[in-house]
Design a protein around this ligand. Sequence first.
Ligand code: MSP
Length: 506
Amino acid sequence: MNKKFYITTAIDYVNGQPHLGHTYEKVLADTIARYHRLKGESVHFLTGVDEHGQKIQQKANAEGIEPLAYCDRITESFIDLTHRLKLTNDDFIRTTQERHKKVVTWALQTLFDKGLIYKAEYRGFYSVKEERFLQEKDRVNGEWPAMFGEVRELVESNYFFKLSQFQPWLVEFYNQHPDFIFPQYRRKQVLEFLKEPLNDLCISRPVERLQWGIPLPFDPNYVTYVWFDALLNYISAVGFGGENFNAYWPVDWHVIGKDILLPAHAIYWPTMLKALELPMPKHILAHGWWLVSGEKMSKSLGNAFNLFDWLETRGIDAVRYFLLREMVTGQDSEFSLENFENRYNNELANDWGNLISRTFNMVQRYCDGIVPTVDAQATELKSIWESTHQSICKHFDGFQFAQGLEELFKFIRELNKFIEVKAPWKLAKQTDEASLAELKSTLACLIEGIRLSVQWLQIVLPESSEKIMSALGIDPKPDFTWKVQHLAGTKITEKLLLFPKIVHSA
Ligand code: MSP
């Protein structure tokens, strides 16, 4: 089996309903997956949910139901979201699935047998909210910051993974792989982090305190805890241990938020793989946060408005477009409905929606709905397209969807300008041959411009692009060369009114 382009997202905690932060990451990864498929690659796109842990146990207890029943319900919303967003994920992993538990159990036993997991007594300060022991350096001015919630002093025997022994290797790895993390400047933060000695990683919780986890195979009085469980989803989902595993692993891109880069993905995960003698991931993409008034959007902040209602009212394409167009990949972005509406009205309704409806109308009115056959190439538009196409490729290759879309929309505005300059409605009133030829070539060029644009837009706006592509009978196999004759003779019967303007009554 040939190696696939394998891309993953973080698996979301099911301790609450999905919010915009989760949505963004999944749309970003989906767009990258679609981009690689567009380039003809065989892609495997994985997403899923993280279902174990204390918070889940507490939530289920509070409702008086079994943790799995609680997970089933919330996971349903996450799965529903993948459908609504038209995500092209090939798989959806739940950490409560047997295929996952089997791999976690294997990993724990293997590391235990290698002497890389040991038992020790641990005394420390424990954050119930964060479900982890804190370190002295977590204090601010001698106090535990509010983000840790209630902090208790605990003494507990637990199992530890010998993380510290891999520190020199990790430093060397980061020195040798400058492009392991996108954006590249984040590697410096990792190296900075690695200047301090690493502690061994506590990987267990006693069952008296946490039952909702995967039992340690060598000690049933403990379950494994958060990261050791969650990170392994990336290999359990693609059949680790089976014969096809090498078709997926090493993963090409782990797409995650910047909050879970350090230490989880940049320190724990490579070390766990190294200890298990498995190849390193090829890359990690750490995206920024959606903020509300400068603060990370989270369950409480994110629920200020209902994501599902928003998707329903504005349509998934509009939401996907906004998320990718507004945020520079890797950086944070302030969320605002006003910005959304501006982009929607200016770019989707005015620039793109109008171009489609006007062009379709004109082909129907002036050419009986049949895309004219002409010799013209409109060389000016052709050369604008060629440079646009090149810069879109460059930006999309570097995950800069905002800039790539900006370039594409410049081209779309050129097409709209072309309509104004050529004024087909005036040409249609003339009776001479030259005007008629000009009219036809104008419309054929516009259709070609739309064909080329929609081929790109389909990775961001799947729903509306599908309608346009089917109305124009565009071949799913993309062809980005400008050739006015591409769709000559196609009959357009539909009227497409996409992205109706948002108007607020006073
Ligand atoms: N379960 C862990 C991840 C395990 S991966 C092996 C987790 N879950 S989470 O639900 O808290 O977050 C899931 C993803 O959503 C993370 O990558 C996180 O960065 C992302 N986002 C959550 N809120 C976000 C924003 N406000 N903005 C952008 N993405 C953020 O962490």
